[in-house]
Structures are given as structure tokens and as C-alpha cells.
Write a protein that binds this ligand. Structure first.
Ligand code: SF4
Ligand code: SF4
Length: 394
């Protein structure tokens, strides 16, 4: 696609990156077939191809409006379009750049500004989020906390560092504890670094790129005493939404001379939990019941990891139910379910129908956001896959 970027962005790192991405798009439209919002709304401007056109026009200096921003807001950043695109267009990076430009050249209504400011302030602060969650639980409005259980004492020479995160310790400390127990059984000590909180993805995807990058630097600082030495084998992330962000630190902080090197080291060390456990590490089992696995977009599209969790669940004896349209987003998408509740609710209804078609006893997933979003309207238990592995090994 021919582009002629406007002077305000042409010679910036973002401008050069956007131009290289735009040049790859041949406008073929293959990506529209797997775009959840295009499937729901049928408007080309709610498809990847349409949004690429909107971003191109914005970067070329054309006027932007609230409608431009709305079409970009409706995008889940699920990146199913990246998996489908035959030309390798990195849509996720392009839409990040485009959103920042459109955000700076339009003005949201007072209510929208307020709710985004509250989310940006409260969600990354675990203590504040925990207090708000407790109030919500007392009022019967929020999901219960899944209590953490015993974390094994360090005893192995192999060591990995876990991301604690921001909302997960409040909603489900049980997940990292289960990961620590399973890794302990296969000879790895899992540690958490004090003060290591939000990965920065939440604020970054609310178009607060500076605040998001500040969270990334703070996390690197908290980890650095433990990751600078060669003893730490990996940084393990149990929430695929956070994992995809930390893996991109090297790129997102590449223009920051103070953090570039550290960000490269952190990204290089980062693995999703399913990358550090091999099926042969686990004892073979059978008759554990039927599971439908919902692979989060951040796992299958963002990190391009497919089939690994399913292989681990099968190994310990779970039977996998077939899942129709497994490539489609459940509608959670970070803060999307709060900011676009109508579209998110419709996507969730479709996803749950597909997951429950195979009559599973339990639904498994790999990201806290998807887990809480899917659990809300269904009686079928929704668990992190590591909790199922942990239960099978117990
Ligand atoms: S993003 Fe890829 S699939 Fe979509 S229109 Fe462009 S080249 Fe085609
Ligand atoms: S990221 Fe997802 S919702 Fe956004 S354009 Fe691509 S496929 Fe559609």
C-alpha cells in the first residue's frame, strides 16, 4: 500500500514503523474472515482492512473524528487478523500507533474520560483493586477470590521467576501457587520478586503509552536484581495477556537508552507457563474428565503458541472436547469487556455456546481476564489450565 505520512510523524520511530507495516498490506481482505467485530457488525470500518485504512489516513494527516476513534475502540486487539494475514502485516503495532495519534487529536466525552481514568488508576494497583473487589464481593457484585494454597519452599537449583501481576493476585492467587507446585514437582523452584506488579499492558492499551511504559520500567527495576544473573532460567508468566506484553518490552522500550538493554534481557527470558513444562515432564494419566480449552488470543495469536496446553492436559489424563471457532476472541480483551460491554457480551455468549457444545465438565483457559469474563454467566467451572494439572498430580 502506497503511503505518504504527514510531517508530524514521518521521521519518528513510530512513523517509520507504521510506514513499514502499511507498505506490507496489499488490501486483499483475507483478514476480514477471522475478525470478530466484522463478523458481528458487518461494517468494513470494523474490520482489520478498514481500520488499517483509517490509521493510514490519520497518519497522512487527514481529519479524524469521534467515528474514527469508535472504530478503533471497537477493535479487541485480538490479533486474529495477524494470524490470518498472508503478507505478515503486524496489525497490533499499527493500531497501537494509530490509536495514540487519534486519541491525541480527538476529545472523549466526560463519562468516557472518567471511566478510563478510574480503570487506569485502580487496576494496576493491587491493594486498591483488592479493596474495591472486597467491597464488590460484599455487595454481591464481584466474583469471589480463589484463595492461594501452599507455595512450596525453595529447594531446587533450577530457578524461575514468576510475574505476580496486578489483578491476578487479588482475584486468583491460586494460579501462581498451582504453577509453583507443578514446577516444584518437575525440579524447578518458582520465585516471585517483591514489588513486581503490573506489566504495563493495561495502561498501554488504554492509550496511555507513557504511563504503560512507566509500569514496564518499574517492573524491570523490581526484577533486575534477580534477572541480571545467569542463575535465573526464565521469567514465567501465567497470564498470557501479560506474557505477550513482557515479550514485547524489547521493542516497546527500544528507544529508551536507559532501559533498552534490560528490556531485551527481560523479553529474552520471558516464557508463557506452557513453554516451560513439557508433556514428558508429567506423569501420564487417564480418566480425569472432559475439558474444553479456551485458548486466549494473547496465547494463540499474540504469542503464536498453539496446541501446547492441550498436549499437557491430555498427558495427565483429561479428555479434550472439540471447540468450534477456537480462533475467535471471547470478548474479554483487557478492559474491553468493561468499555464495550455490548460487543463483549455477544462474543462471550457465542464463545460459551461453542465451548459448552462438547459437554465439558470444566472449561480451562490461560489468562485471568478470560477466566473471570467467561465464568460470570455460566455454571460450568472455568479454571486456569495449571490448576487442572495441579489437581491431577496431587
Ligand atoms: S492486513 Fe493482510 S490480510 Fe488484511 S488486507 Fe492487509 S494484506 Fe490482506
Ligand atoms: S485485532 Fe481482532 S478485532 Fe481488531 S481488527 Fe484484528 S481481528 Fe479484528
Amino acid at each position: 500500500m502506497q503511503t505518504s505520512l504527514a510531517g508530524f510523524i514521518r521521521d519518528t520511530p513510530e512513523g517509520r514503523e507504521a510506514e513499514a507495516i502499511l507498505r506490507k498490506c496489499v488490501h486483499c481482505g483475507f483478514c476480514t474472515a477471522t475478525c470478530p467485530t466484522y463478523q458481528l457488525l458487518g461494517d468494513d470500518l470494523d474490520s482489520p482492512r478498514g481500520r488499517i485504512y483509517l490509521v493510514k489516513r490519520a497518519l497522512e494527516g487527514a481529519p479524524v473524528s469521534d467515528r474514527t476513534r469508535l472504530h478503533l475502540d471497537r477493535c479487541l486487539t485480538c490479533r486474529a487478523c495477524e494470524t490470518t494475514c498472508p503478507s505478515g502485516v503486524r496489525y497490533g503495532r499499527l493500531v497501537d500507533i494509530g490509536r495514540e495519534v487519534v486519541e491525541s487529536r480527538t476529545r472523549r466525552g466526560a463519562w468516557d474520560r472518567l471511566r478510563r481514568a478510574v480503570l487506569s488508576f485502580a487496576l494496576p494497583r493491587t491493594a486498591l483493586f483488592s479493596a474495591a473487589l472486597r467491597l464488590g464481593q460484599l455487595a454481591g457484585l464481584a466474583p469471589g477470590t480463589r484463595r492461594g494454597s501452599a507455595w512450596p519452599a525453595p529447594r531446587h537449583s533450577r530457578k524461575m521467576l514468576a510475574l505476580r501481576g496486578c489483578v491476578q493476585p487479588a482475584l486468583a492467587p491460586s494460579i501462581n501457587a498451582a504453577a509453583a507446585r507443578v514446577l516444584d514437582r518437575i525440579g524447578v523452584t518458582l520465585l516471585e520478586a517483591p514489588g513486581a506488579g503490573c506489566c504495563g499492558g493495561l495502561r498501554f492499551h488504554l492509550n496511555r503509552h507513557d504511563a504503560g511504559r512507566a509500569d514496564m520500567r518499574a517492573l524491570i527495576d523490581a526484577w533486575w536484581p534477580l534477572t541480571a544473573n545467569a542463575e535465573m532460567e526464565a521469567i514465567v508468566v501465567t497470564a498470557s495477556g501479560c506474557g505477550v506484553t513482557v515479550k514485547e518490552y524489547a521493542h516497546l522500550l527500544s528507544n529508551d537508552p536507559g532501559y533498552r538493554g534490560k528490556a531485551e534481557r527481560v523479553s529474552e527470558l520471558t516464557r508463557d507457563l506452557c513453554e516451560v513444562i513439557r508433556p514428558e515432564d508429567l506423569p501420564a494419566g487417564s480418566n480425569r474428565g472432559r475439558v474444553a480449552f479456551h485458548s486466549p488470543c494473547t496465547l494463540q495469536h499474540g504469542q503464536q503458541l498453539r496446541g501446547r496446553v492441550e498436549a499437557l492436559l491430555s498427558r495427565v489424563g483429561y479428555e479434550l472436547a472439540p471447540v468450534r471457532d477456537a480462533h475467535l476472541c471471547c470478548g474479554s480483551a483487557g478492559t474491553y469487556s468493561l468499555l464495550q460491554p455490548g460487543l463483549a457480551g455477544e462474543l462471550r455468549a457465542r464463545k460459551l455456546a461453542a465451548l459448552e457444545e462438547g459437554a465439558p465438565a470444566v472449561i480451562a483457559t490461560a489468562n485471568i481476564g478470560c477466566l473471570v469474563h467467561l465464568q460470570a454467566p455460566t455454571a460450568t467451572p472455568v479454571r486456569h489450565w495449571i490448576e487442572l494439572i495441579d489437581a491431577a498430580l496431587a
